[in-house]
Design a protein around this ligand. Structure first.
Ligand code: F6P
Length: 407
């Protein structure tokens, strides 16, 4: 018996299921008997909640549907493995379940926190002379995993953000100056501004683009923010500003907490960051008397598979395939990376890297790519991000609605 299992962890993306598709395809090609999926990541695995992907993916039709399905088909979790010395029984249980089901390799798709799970399990296996192998498949809309050029999930989210901003700008520009609206748009990404920076892609020659971009990499100054809006309001009939959910004031307070400070905290100690657009819209209305509107892209930005980037879908699939190839060769304790080999034309290859240099490390936008004075992105960022949003994969529609593969 030669079996493999794959799990999904952390915030979903609109292309994470393409990685599952890639794992299934390559594993079947390489002669694996069973390709299992964990239901709700390692948390579900601990309850032996696993499915056989043959039950869902044997037909080409379902395979294609999975690639067009947003969110985590297998179900996700935010479960932090305890330290080995504090809860050895948890690790013993994981290996017991693997042995019972004759699973040789475990693949985990996720971001920084999920790569910690890969690291812990591969370390445990080494220390205890276990033969099972563990590999990370990158996934995060936040695009903040180090080493890899970018992360599957980012390009599609960036495409949704730039597209939606173009539409918002169109709408906001429809009135004259007497009905000026200040639109504040909040974008995910936690402590990294990659997604918010994608707002700069809205300025494509067919749209005037956003008026300012506030990234978590730069300190947020409320007086500067209000001053900028007042100045823009002197001449403009529409103001659209992109803000990251993770912007913080000089004293380290999240702007979203200026309104209320009762945020939920997840297993990794991350506070839920949302609500900064609403907070800022209230402040602007109060301080300037201008009409404001707060828009939080929230879940929409990471679930918009109808607008996913084909480049992103293909790369997510390739990452899943590469991980299977690696464990099939006996490699362990690593993550698949995307390495850009050419700028123009854009070319990207998969590689692999030691998980210890990746888990729990957050990659921020290089300061040289940020025009802090004008609150905009420099051409280096635009050149980096543009290829990642290229291409489309038309959804499969039924009765006017896109169809998804469901368990
Ligand atoms: O890590 C991805 C992400 O979408 C972040 O951008 C965001 O802050 C977080 O997840 C939200 O997490 P949840 O959906 O668990 O509230």
């Amino acid at each position: 018996m030669k079996n493999i299992i794959v799990g999904q962890s952390g915030g979903p993306t609109s292309v994470i299921n393409s990685s599952i598709a890639g794992v299934y395809k390559k594993a079947k090609e390489l002669g694996y008997d069973h390709v299992y999926g964990m239901v709700h990541g390692i948390e579900g695995f601990l309850n032996e909640d696993i499915i056989d992907l043959d039950d869902y993916l044997k037909s080409e039709e379902n395979y294609e549907l999975l690639k067009r399905t947003p969110s985590a088909f297998l179900g996700s979790c935010r479960y932090k493995l305890p330290k080995i010395e504090e809860a050895e029984d948890v690790y013993e249980k994981i290996f017991e379940i693997m042995e019972k089901n004759e699973i040789d390799s475990l693949l985990y798709t996720g971001g920084n926190d999920s790569m910690d799970t890969v690291k812990m399990l591969s370390d445990y296996a080494k220390e205890h002379n276990k033969k099972q192998t563990f590999f990370g498949v990158p996934k995060t809309i936040d695009n903040d995993l180090p080493i890899t050029d970018h992360c599957p999930g980012y390009g599609s989210c960036a495409k949704y953000i730039a597209t939606s901003l173009k539409e918002i700008i169109r709408d906001n520009e429809s009135f004259n100056k007497n009905r000026l609206t200040v639109c504040i748009v909040e974008i995910m990404g936690r402590h990294a501004g990659w997604l918010t920076a994608a707002a700069s892609l809205a300025s494509d020659g067919n749209s005037s683009g956003v008026d300012a971009i506030y990234l978590p990499e730069c300190e947020f100054d409320l007086d500067e923010f209000l001053g900028r809006i007042k100045k823009l309001a002197e001449t403009k009939s529409s103001i659209v500003i992109a803000v990251s959910e993770g912007i913080q004031t000089k004293d380290g307070k999240f702007v979203c907490e200026l309104g209320a400070d009762d945020r939920a905290v997840d297993a990794f100690g991350h506070k839920q960051l949302s609500g900064c657009a609403a907070t800022l819209a209230n402040i602007v209305a109060k301080e300037t008397g201008l009409k404001t509107r707060a828009i939080e892209f929230s879940t929409l930005q990471r679930a918009a598979s109808h607008l996913a980037s084909l480049t992103d879908i293909n790369e997510a699939e390739e990452c899943g395939m590469r991980a299977v190839e690696e464990v099939n060769k006996g490699n362990t304790g690593m993550m698949v990376t995307l390495n850009r080999t050419s700028e123009n034309p854009y070319k990207c290859e998969t590689g692999v890297y030691d998980i210890h240099d990746i888990a729990n490390v957050e990659k921020k936008i290089p300061f040289e790519w940020i025009d802090e004075e004008n609150k905009s992105m420099k051409k280096e960022f635009l050149e980096y991000a543009r290829p990642l949003i290229m291409g489309e994969l038309t959804p499969i529609f039924k009765d006017g609605l896109p169809q998804h593969l469901v368990r």
